[in-house]
Write a protein that binds this ligand. Structure first.
Ligand SMILES: [Zn+2]
Length: 250
């Protein structure tokens, strides 16, 4: 299946993400910046690149029938991540920002985790962290910047930069990962398994993210399905609706 050309995908993502961000933080309407969903820096268009959340190398391993039926971008799930050099404690990290960070620390492990024989392989903490990082980006892709800006988002973003172990603040209940095996062949009944890489559910204090055959719970400080109050929660007395009885009394 033909791929959509990447530059236009980037533009679409940029406008969608900026639209979402501006509704939450109106300050962004007066500039041309976007927050990186992982490092949180406010950066320009040229400092972002398209990120395949499930890496391209991983979806290249999908069965041939799947590759014919469903586009690569759809099977990956896309977002924008920054490509500006990361700096930790005044030290520059070689590479292209969060995009390179994910590529270096997680993409190989996401690919391995998605192999059909995952249950017979050695599965270690880096695989777990990689699936969590992808799960966070899947959750961000679904609900946008409110995920990144919540206290739980800050926790997940700290976790993103700790690829070998859990951050100490991560509650135990979110340190578990469930998995089964992927479908062995492609049928129309399985289409959603491949075409929608992240299925997200929400309950009090947690998000359930299913990434293909993995299921994980992620911390969530606020239910993103409940609309945010974007206007004053009360009406000033002068504007309050009052019964006008003048016509009746006349
Ligand atoms: Zn970044």
């Amino acid at each position: 299946m033909a791929e959509i050309d990447l530059p236009s995908v980037k533009e679409l993502l940029w406008h969608k993400m900026r639209g979402d961000l501006t509704t939450l933080v109106p300050w962004f309407a007066s500039n041309d910046l976007l927050l990186c969903p992982t490092c949180g820096r406010a950066l320009k268009y040229d400092e972002f690149s398209v990120e395949h959340i499930i890496p391209q190398q991983a979806v290249a391993d999908d069965p041939a029938a799947v590759r014919v039926a469903i586009s690569k971008n759809m099977r990956s799930g896309l977002t924008l991540l920054c490509k500006r050099t990361l700096v930790f404690s005044n030290k520059s990290i070689p590479g292209h920002g969060c995009n390179s960070w994910k590529g270096k620390y997680y993409d190989k492990y996401i690919r391995e985790a998605l192999q059909p024989d995952v249950l017979s392989r050695r599965f270690h903490s880096r695989h777990h962290m990689a699936v969590m990082a992808a799960g966070y980006l899947g959750l961000f892709r679904e609900y946008g910047y409110q995920i990144a800006l919540l206290p739980s988002g800050l926790l997940m973003r700290s976790q993103f930069f700790r690829p070998n172990s859990f951050v100490p603040e991560m509650p135990m209940e979110f340190q578990m990962l469930l998995t089964g095996g992927p479908p062995e062949s492609y049928t129309e009944d399985d289409r959603e398994y491949w075409s929608e890489p992240f299925k997200v559910g929400v309950e009090a204090g947690a998000a359930y993210v299913v990434m293909r055959h993995f299921s994980l719970r992620l911390p969530l400080s606020r239910d993103p399905t409940v609309p945010l109050a974007r206007a004053l929660p009360y009406a000033p007395p002068r504007y309050r609706l009052r019964l006008n009885l003048a016509a009746i009394l006349d």
